[in-house]
Design a protein around this ligand. Structure first.
Ligand SMILES: [Ca+2]
Length: 285
């Protein structure tokens, strides 16, 4: 009896020790894996359904003037104004633009070493990428004064955010996610269309829970599910680019997407386009 009781107590103590040890070990392992590993979002090709994107056409809701010397690389809408990042070395800027007139209210010139690229806003900061320097700039929303710079690998093309993460496109088939405070990479996501990886996503904007991106060398916007990387829609803006080209100006490709969440307005323009359009997208019949 006494022996049985002793071994019971011994067994209980062993179990207690093991449980205590696990309580200590498990958080340690979780902490270690969190510190040492980037949680990459990867999806194997076989798991990607060959989803056919829904095709969209568009209607023009409004047409506004746009600086024909602005080589638009990033565009966003905030508190009634457009903010724009322009490219080309020696001409790169961050600017505040009045929608109705196209008038530039405020302008910050980048050093001529830099080629301005994607632009996004988080809290009271603007974040701007550069093409191949691996340098990003963080500015105060009001004054455009430089708060800090950061480094990232590879090219910088488009930039957007989903409220928690910065999303970078760089011409490859992968989007990169960065922590908006530390600018450390936290993940990557391959973009798929019809079951094939899609490259050349350029300027981007989040519209509700979908990522809109225009595809370089086309006048198309793809609508990407940012959780899976699958292209669920494709907007054909060839006719919009024709309207701009027919004016005879030396325009470049469509680039620049901005969204006014409050009033559900989508704005598009292009590199050196003299016009900026508010468009509505319509599923193709
Ligand atoms: Ca944008």
């Amino acid at each position: 009896m006494a022996n049985t009781s002793d071994s019971k107590v011994f067994l209980q103590k062993r179990i207690y020790d093991i449980v205590q040890f696990l309580f200590f070990l498990i958080p340690l392992l979780l902490l270690q894996s969190g510190c040492s590993q980037i949680e990459y979002t990867t999806t194997s090709a076989s798991a990607i359904p060959a989803v056919e994107p829904v095709w969209y056409d568009f209607s023009i809701v409004n047409t506004y003037p746009h600086d024909p010397e602005a080589f638009t690389q990033g565009l966003l809408f905030r508190d009634g104004y457009l903010y724009e990042s322009t490219g080309q070395r020696g001409y790169s800027t961050l600017r505040k633009v009045e929608l109705e007139s196209g008038r530039v209210f405020q302008l910050h010139k980048l050093d001529s070493n830099y080629f301005g690229e994607g632009l996004t806003d988080m809290d009271d900061r603007f974040i701007q990428l550069t093409l191949s320097a691996g340098t990003g700039f963080v500015y105060d929303i009001e004054s455009f004064s430089l708060i800090e710079t950061f480094s990232y690998e590879g090219d910088g093309w488009g930039l957007a955010n989903d409220g928690d993460r910065l999303i970078i496109s760089d011409g490859t088939t992968e989007l990169r996610f960065l922590d908006p405070e530390t600018f450390q990479e936290t993940g990557r996501l391959t973009v798929w269309e019809n079951g094939e990886p899609l490259r050349n996503l350029n300027e981007m904007v989040m519209v509700d829970d979908r990522l809109f991106a225009n595809v370089l060398h086309t006048n198309h916007i793809v609508i990407v599910n940012p959780l899976t990387g699958v292209v669920e829609g494709r907007v054909d803006l060839d006719k919009l680019a024709d309207i701009v080209r027919n004016k005879g100006d030396a325009v470049n490709v469509m680039n620049g997407l901005a969204y006014d969440r409050e009033n559900d307005r989508l704005f598009v323009t292009g590199k050196l386009w003299p016009k900026l359009f508010e468009i509505r997208i319509i599923p193709r019949e």
